[in-house]
Design a protein around this ligand. Structure first.
Ligand SMILES: *Cc1c(COP(=O)(O)O)cnc(C)c1O
Length: 388
């Protein structure tokens, strides 16, 4: 009997080790891993540069309190500020902590300018911002909040794509709109650039803050460093996590100067957030991913993958409904049962993971090789041909 609580529906496979795009199971099988810890291992398994970074740091210093200056964190924050809209960064350990910190930053900003009643956060219904109490109520999902009452107040919701409802839901006490640039758990739903531009205009006009949750779609996953960059907009607050640690737990909230002014000493903290060991890995990850050549390669391999996935869709229109996504954040929306499809892919040694709306999520590492994409395409094609 397992002594781990049953809050996960676990697949009955375990792994001994990983290398790049591959995982090797305890029963001696080799899998092409297009889950990568759910968009976490952005540079694949056992990346030599990340191993070197963590090994070197592990011999020097693991952890010190945030009541001291941490040079490794200063360096990472400077890189994030130089490469993005952000002026300031607070480091955390996970995505949910980062989205919660984003909410705190937004509320604190309005508090600091004498408008404490302006504190409600407007989110997309059935989105995903993590599993802490505030984050589940931010999601507006019945499934995630059921049984966890009393309800955490302060969140309003609008339907994805319903611009009329979005405008109507912005009230005098709305502080911020918080959305994922590409909805990950929600089924790889891309918000078009023109919508993002409109959204920025609305927020500026109504003097409310724009929070873009880039926990899943950020750090190169979309082919740009941040997914919102393509639309040329600048948000006010951006929570990140997943890809920034390459497998080491790191979260962060990025913000501009204006909103950061509210976060004076004592307003927020984290024991582990931004410790030297985490920051050493984060620095190594960002040095590789923020390189233009690296990102261009993500874009070109994505183009190749999406084109060929669409060819498979055209060949099997009764199985595949739509290919979604951008960069290497890809969803295959099915007509057929998603769990069955994922099981068949697994039997053929390709690992993928589900998302909402009957979508199979395909998340290769960002440094995936073309021959590995070809191998995945062959398996997907085979499963389609067997299922028709
Ligand atoms: C995964 C995810 C989170 C939560 O991250 P955790 O590290 O699991 O807390 C928040 N927002 C988005 C968009 C995510 O994909």
């Amino acid at each position: 009997m397992s002594n781990i609580a049953k809050n996960y529906n676990r697949r009955k496979i375990s792994f001994k080790y990983g290398k790049g795009s591959y995982l090797f199971s305890t029963d001696g099988k080799k899998y092409l891993d297009f889950v990568q810890g759910i968009a976490v291992n952005s540079l694949g398994h056992a990346n030599p540069k990340l191993i070197k970074a963590i090994n070197n740091q592990s011999k020097k210093l693991w952890h010190v309190s945030n009541s001291f200056v941490i040079p490794e964190g200063e360096r990472l924050a400077k890189k994030l500020a130089n490469k993005t809209f952000a002026d300031y960064v607070i480091f955390q350990n996970s995505g949910a902590e980062a989205t919660e910190a984003a909410i705190k930053v937004a509320r604190r900003y309005f508090f600091s300018i004498g408008k404490p009643k302006k504190n409600r956060i407007l989110c997309i219904k059935n989105s995903f911002h993590g599993r802490t109490l505030a984050a589940i109520y931010a999601s507006g999902s019945k499934k995630m909040t059921e049984g966890f009452g009393p309800k955490i107040q302060g969140f309003d919701h609008f339907e994805f794509g319903n611009h009329k409802s979005l405008n109507k839901k912005i009230k005098k006490n709305t502080a911020a709109i918080m959305i994922e640039t590409i909805l990950g758990e929600g089924g790889i739903k891309v918000i078009p650039d023109w919508c993002l531009k409109e959204l920025r205009k609305i927020c500026t006009k109504k003097k409310i803050l724009l929070i873009m949750d880039e926990v899943q779609c950020g750090i190169g996953r979309s082919g740009d460093f941040f997914a919102f960059e393509r639309s040329k907009i600048k948000p006010d607050i951006v929570p990140i996590a997943k890809g920034i640690g390459g497998g080491f737990p790191i979260g962060a909230v990025l913000m501009n100067k204006k909103v950061a002014a509210g976060m004076i000493a004592g307003t927020h903290g984290s024991t582990f957030g931004g410790n030297p060991l985490a920051m050493a890995v984060g620095n190594s990850v960002i040095d590789i991913i923020s390189n233009k050549k690296f990102l261009n390669n993500v874009k070109s391999i994505s183009e190749y993958f999406l084109l060929n996935l669409n060819n498979i869709r055209i060949k099997y229109p009764k199985i595949i409904k739509q290919i979604r996504g951008r960069g290497l954040l890809i969803g295959i929306q099915l007509h057929k049962n998603q769990n069955n499809f994922i099981k068949k892919l697994t039997e053929n040694k390709l690992l993928t993971i589900r998302a909402a709306e009957n979508v199979v999520r395909v998340l290769p590492p960002l440094n995936v090789k073309k021959i590995e994409i070809n191998q995945a395409l062959k398996i997907i094609n085979k499963v389609c041909s067997e299922m028709q």
